[in-house]
Design a protein. Structure first.
Ligand code: CP
Length: 327
């Protein structure tokens, strides 16, 4: 194996998509394209990470992210250790700092981390000697989900530059929303947030001084679902985050559903062949109808299917020695 893969910008850890540029993201797509054929092939194993150990540390529930990271690591022949807060010494009051010191000492080569506190993976990355991938931190960021969603649109729709994306629903609690807005802006999409005013994340563009910076993309806001779907090429429907009850911002869920649910009726206002994304898990009947989520317009299954190849690419780029030609 030759050393080394082309370095990406600022890429020792993956904490959010704002550390990547357009060419970094396209480079990750190139890896994913190649890895997709392995992930979907009959042998489904390459020795790229043989001898490496990946630690999945999830302090919040997860199905897609945890399982797809586990699968990605195993296809690349890594040893994968799964750990959740429940049943760990977190429950005995061990500090995050002591926990991650312990995890590093055990001999992992990379930490995949989900945490309920925004910023926790940043703290860990500063205090640990191995790369950290943020698998979702509180309401802050979910960079790997965004790369999966960008890749899905890149494969199914084509060039992202110039597409109109409506980000619908619980923007205020959603880490997916933040990473979506940043990642799609980097790739040149135009963003509209559609939500009740109590759920829109105005702070994401609240920076008049540095508005030209990608971290503060220009965003339109609307509380009118039909209006915000009219010119949309894509809609990212967000999960309504009932678990963050202390900040629950909709007084009446029936009214919310009536005004903001994506269904056949609201989609009638679309003037384009809109594609529907949802990061999952879906609250069927709340933010989206079951019929619509399974329709031809939906890319939701594609998002899940692409998750393994993208996460394989990220693992390889962070701790692998394979170049693109060797895959
Ligand atoms: N999209 C996502 O992060 O799903 P999980 O919570 O199931 O991992």
């Amino acid at each position: 194996m030759t050393n080394k893969i082309k370095p990406l910008t600022n890429f020792r850890n993956l904490l959010d998509v704002d550390q990547l540029n357009k060419s970094d993201i396209n480079y990750i797509f190139e890896y994913a394209d190649k890895l997709q054929s392995i992930a979907k092939g009959s042998i489904r194993k390459i020795p790229a990470l043989r001898g490496k150990t990946i630690l999945n540390y999830f302090a919040e529930p997860s199905t897609r992210t945890r399982v797809s990271f586990e699968n990605a690591g195993k296809i690349l022949s890594a040893d994968v250790i799964n750990m959740s807060s429940s049943g760990s010494s977190d429950e005995k009051g061990e500090s995050l700092f002591n926990s991650v010191q312990t995890l590093e000492s055990i001999g992992a080569n990379l930490l995949v981390m989900r945490h309920f506190d925004a910023g926790a993976p940043y703290f860990v990355a500063r205090n640990i000697g191995i790369p950290v991938i943020n698998a979702g931190d509180g309401s802050h960021a979910h960079p790997t989900q965004n790369l999966i969603d960008l890749y899905t649109v890149h494969k199914k729709v084509g060039n992202i530059e110039g597409l109109n994306l409506t980000v619908l629903g619980d923007n205020v609690h959603s880490r997916v929303a933040r990473s979506t807005i940043i990642g799609f802006s980097i790739m040149g999409a135009r963003i509209t947030i559609c939500a009740p005013t109590t759920m829109d994340a105005q702070y994401l563009s609240d920076n008049s001084v540095e508005r030209n910076q990608i971290y503060w993309p220009e965003i339109k806001y609307s509380d009118d679902l039909r209006y915000s779907l009219k010119n949309a090429d894509l809609v990212m429907t967000l999960r309504t985050q009932f678990e963050r009850k202390s900040n629950y911002v909709v007084p009446n869920i029936n009214e919310y559903t009536r005004l903001f649910k994506l269904n056949e009726d609201s989609l009638k206002s679309c003037e384009k062949e809109i594609k529907i994304l949802h990061p999952g898990p879906v609250n069927l009947g709340i933010e989206i109808d079951g019929y619509v989520s399974n329709s031809e317009r939906s890319l939701i299954n594609d998002q899940v299917q692409n998750s393994v190849a993208i996460r394989m690419a990220l693992l390889l780029l962070l701790i692998g020695d394979y170049s693109l030609d060797q895959i």
